[in-house]
Design a protein around this ligand. Structure first.
Ligand code: M6R
Length: 600
């Protein structure tokens, strides 16, 4: 949440910063700002709204080769120009951007800033005022910055400009992501390599509680105890084309369409020279040794985890529990003797999941992270990582990461089963290949889903998704997608659970999207549809070839019954997309949300 960028070099900083912020807008988009420094002064431009709004107010006549920028997802203080970053110290000497949350900012205010009139409601302003106070007491900027960092509790990625030290950006990181990008005669900072891939592909990772002195020629990483740290850069394998929309109107639609390709890339990535799907033997060994798996995740990743549990139990025969990360950390279940934790996270940065990872590492347990982002916090801090190979997912609504997560979980379950001597009843490569083809068919049938969105969701206030067994999990995901981007109140329910209360909400015309892809529950879910129809609901049954009946609105191509979530989810993604479009919603950047949720 929130994205920061910085540039120090020889080119016009404002364009590089604004372009970078556009790439980070997925991290928050309620206000934005930049500060640029030329030989005369530091110039700050901030605006409520999107980067496009900020662009309009930036003075194009000012040329400066140093600057920092920020796109915000409000935590402390409403979205407004005053609360937008950068924030400045009382005298205007120091200018700061911040991603994260300072938990003890009220206390610091009381202790140090009673005489300082604050201009915003943010926790961030406290940091920049403290730095100035310590400089006024006689410390140099670096020492004042370090002293301030020692006082902060919480998460931060910081970029600081000092008007009197034009040749430096001071940087620090704790718990929030931050990278330093290296160039020839320039250096940059960014919350995500994506923001600066247009100017460099060489990046240096920062660890928690590190600070960095960045000039255009040099990057000096230090611990908070002032010890220098050497760290080699890595090459970011990111194609600039991967982060463009191309001819698509929205990233979400592009990412939905990419799913068959991602499926094939995953098969390739996990295939060995003999053409078999394999997983790093250390990971399989860790699963073998565990007596129970604990999947921990949030949102869509949690829904993928529910399907993953099915695979790990059915295919690999390992007892598995799935937990919502934000609950787990404060309400831990009684753990088994040899647990293995599996974190599922597209971004690898989700604070709720990270809080659990930190806790289980303290307890001495092993952890595996399944993520789309190599080098992300959850990946670095876990013992093992499996990558999704889905390419950057930019739309806030997760689509291709969900199907990639499920696919990787199926490969993990399959590889573990084989090592345990359990012969899977199917050839996974073959089954996933069928899935990829079915996905393609669905992506080519967009008109049908646009029509369903028109027929059922144009004016409705609410909508229910029902399913049984594994279809229930897909219903949960379908409902999340719909509510997230169209703001229709949508809920997913187990078909059999409706009569225990929820059926009271069914009124004349209430849309009920029923998923029917499982043979063993086909009759019962259809029974549930009859129950709601008898009470006035407007049912939309999405079934699978071989199980269809004449009332069905759409029939998806047949795939193995374990892998139906990979295909059944696509109609729900497209229906949500078109419903949001018809209702004039901002599909890629829904209100109140951000892609990477880095606050607890
Ligand atoms: O990056 P993560 O997978 O850890 O993110 C978890 C959730 O915040 C995320 O899946 C969220 O629910 C999506 N926006 C849903 O589309």
């Amino acid at each position: 949440m929130c994205g920061i960028v910085g540039y120090i070099g020889f080119k016009d900083a404002k364009e590089i910063l604004l372009n970078g912020l556009e790439k980070l807008e997925y991290r928050g988009y309620d206000s934005a700002g930049i500060a640029i420094r030329n030989e005369k002064d530091v110039h700050v431009f901030k605006e409520k709204g999107r980067i496009a709004d900020l662009r309009k107010i930036v003075d194009t006549h000012i040329n400066a080769a140093t600057g920092i920028g920020h796109t915000r997802w409000a935590t402390h203080g409403v979205p407004s120009t005053e609360n937008a970053h950068p924030h400045q110290s009382l005298s205007g000497r120091f200018t700061l951007v911040h991603n994260g949350v300072i938990e003890n900012y009220e206390q610091l205010k009381k202790e140090y800033l009673l005489d300082v009139p604050l201009k915003s409601d943010t926790d961030t302003e406290v940091i920049v005022q403290l730095i100035e106070i310590f400089v006024n007491e006689g410390l140099d900027t670096e020492a004042a910055f370090r002293k301030t960092l020692h006082l902060l509790k919480g998460s931060y990625a910081l970029g600081l400009l000092d008007k009197e030290k034009a040749e430096t950006i001071f940087v620090a990181k704790n718990k929030s992501p931050l990278l330093i990008g290296l160039g020839n005669g320039f250096n940059v900072i960014a919350s995500d390599a994506m923001a600066m891939i247009q100017v460099t592909d060489q990046f240096v990772e920062l660890m928690d509680k590190e600070m960095v002195i960045v000039t255009k020629e040099k990057v000096t990483i230090k611990s908070l105890n002032d010890e220098e740290i050497e760290r080699a850069p890595y090459t970011a394998e990111l194609d600039a084309g991967d982060i463009e929309k191309g001819t698509y109107p929205h990233y979400m639609l592009k990412e939905i369409d990419e799913q068959p390709l991602v499926m094939r890339k995953i098969i390739q990535a996990y295939q060995n020279d003999q053409g078999k799907l394999t997983v790093d033997e250390n990971i399989v060994q860790a699963l073998q040794e565990a007596d129970r798996l604990y999947i921990v995740a949030c949102g869509t990743s949690y829904h993928a985890g529910l399907v993953g549990k099915q695979y790990l139990e059915t295919i690999a025969k390992i007892p598995t529990e799935v937990h919502v990360a934000s609950e787990f950390v404060y309400n831990m279940p009684l753990l088994s003797e040899k647990p293995l934790f599996v974190f599922i996270s597209q971004s690898g940065e989700t604070a709720d999941s990270r809080a659990v990872l930190v806790k289980v590492k303290e307890l001495g347990y092993q952890a595996l992270t399944i993520t789309n982002v190599q080098g992300s916090t959850l990946s670095r801090e876990a013992d093992y990582t499996l990558l999704l190979h889905a390419g950057p997912e930019i739309a806030v609504a997760s689509t291709k990461a969900y199907t990639a997560q499920i696919s990787v979980l199926s490969i993990l379950a399959n590889a573990t089963a084989e090592t345990r001597g359990i012969k899977p009843e199917f050839d996974l490569i073959h089954e996933l290949g069928i899935v990829a083809n079915a996905m393609e068919v669905l992506c080519d049938t967009k008109d049908e889903f646009e029509q369903i969105a028109r027929d059922y969701l144009s004016t409705t206030r609410n909508c229910f998704f029902i399913g049984r067994s594994i279809d229930y999990y897909v219903g949960l995901e379908g409902a999340l997608k719909l509510k997230e981007i169209s703001y229709i109140q949508a809920e997913g329910f187990a078909g059999g659970e409706l009569k225990h209360g929820t059926i009271a909400l069914i009124e004349e015309g209430t849309p009920v999207i029923a998923l029917a892809t499982q043979e063993n529950v086909n009759l019962s879910i259809r029974g549930n549809v009859k129950e709601v129809t008898a009470r006035g609901a407007n049912p939309c049954i999405i079934s699978m070839k071989g199980l269809e009946s004449e009332d069905d609105r759409f029939v998806i191509p047949a795939v193995h019954e374990l892998f139906t979530p990979l295909v059944a989810v696509i109609p729900t993604q497209l229906i949500a997309y078109y419903a949001a479009l018809h209702r004039d919603c901002d599909v890629d950047k829904p209100r109140n949300l951000a892609k990477s949720v880095t606050v607890e």
